[in-house]
Design a protein around this ligand. Structure first.
Ligand SMILES: NC(=O)c1ccc[n+]([C@@H]2O[C@H](COP(=O)([O-])OP(=O)(O)OC[C@H]3O[C@@H](n4cnc5c(N)ncnc54)[C@H](OP(=O)(O)O)[C@@H]3O)[C@@H](O)[C@H]2O)c1
Length: 262
């Protein structure tokens, strides 16, 4: 894929992995970026930081259908087309299922999954006209290996992976690639309320994601060969991962009991 002249819509591009993706795309020649997020001031700060790019700032919540419609209408009016959709916006609320509020259960599903699916659906008429398009969905390592205290988050992220695979197969007759990125723990605002050591940087994730896009990869899995081995083990012998989770249950509880970024 050639990134020059591509028109990109990214959700949650104002900070964290999304902002690093914006930086990586701009570095590789993208000029037209539409960025959706709830805080207008964070969007304005992003645009000020990358004067070489032309931004279409789309204040809005991916969990609200009216905001999605408004965003897609703005992209259609400004560009009349779209080449790359990056579904990156996401939230997390950790805890035993009985401890997570109903509001946070619904919020995680609405933002991480329903919003991602609806935005993809609403962008498809534009993407299907691109001569060389892509949909890049950000899942999580928990989308492959679910862990206690992250039941809802893991469910949304596993669903993102399945949605990506189904879409890639459904869109096979279009020049439209679909890939999923599975970051491990990454040093962003989302992780400020968790206790995790040895995190990747957002730049590491963005670089791997954009390289994966350029190479036409289907899954970009952060965390190296150890992570890939764990994923295989989880698939072939899930009880072994049950044992790991059991042995680390209390440590995991201590590290995640305040983890909430909604
Ligand atoms: N950090 C990690 O360790 C990690 C690991 C695996 C996967 N991930 C995934 O990577 C993605 C990015 O995470 P991050 O760590 O960069 O998070 P972050 O630092 O908290 O940034 C999240 C971004 O999403 C936007 N956002 C959140 N809710 C939104 C909503 N309802 N509508 C529109 N925009 C919204 C935020 O802007 P506003 O608040 O202004 O809306 C912000 O720009 C997420 O999907 C996350 O699940 C992260």
């Amino acid at each position: 894929m050639d990134l020059q002249k591509k028109k990109v819509l990214i959700t949650g591009g104002s900070v964290g992995i999304g902002k690093a993706l914006v930086a990586e795309l701009v570095r590789r020649g993208v000029r037209d970026l539409a960025v959706m997020g709830r805080r207008p001031e964070a969007l304005a700060a992003l645009a000020a930081e990358f004067p070489a790019a032309e931004f279409l700032l789309l204040p809005g919540d991916v969990g609200r259908v009216a905001d999605l419609d408004r965003a897609v209408a703005a992209v259609t009016e400004a560009w009349g087309g779209l080449d790359i959709l990056v579904n990156n916006a996401g939230v997390v609320s950790a805890g035993l299922l009985t401890e997570v509020s109903d509001e946070d259960v619904i919020g995680q599903i609405t933002i991480n999954l329903t919003g991602l699916i609806l935005l993809t659906k609403k962008c498809l008429p534009l993407l299907q006209q691109s001569p060389e398009g892509a949909i890049l969905n950000i899942s999580s390592g928990y989308g492959y290996i679910a862990m206690p205290f992250y039941s809802v988050y893991a469910a949304t992220k596993a669903a993102v992976g399945q949605f990506s695979d189904a879409m890639r197969r459904e869109l096979a007759q279009y020049p439209l690639h679909v890939l999923t990125v599975y970051p491990s723990a990454t040093d962003t605002d989302m992780m400020k309320t968790a206790v995790v050591r040895n995190m990747d940087s957002a730049q590491d994730v963005a670089r791997a994601a954009v390289e994966g896009l350029l190479k036409g990869e289907i899954n970009v899995i952060l965390g190296g060969p150890d992570r890939e081995a764990q994923i295989k083990l989880n698939f072939l012998e899930p009880r072994k991962i049950d044992e790991v989770a059991k042995a680390n249950f209390e440590a995991l509880r201590a590290r995640t009991q305040t983890h909430r970024s909604m």
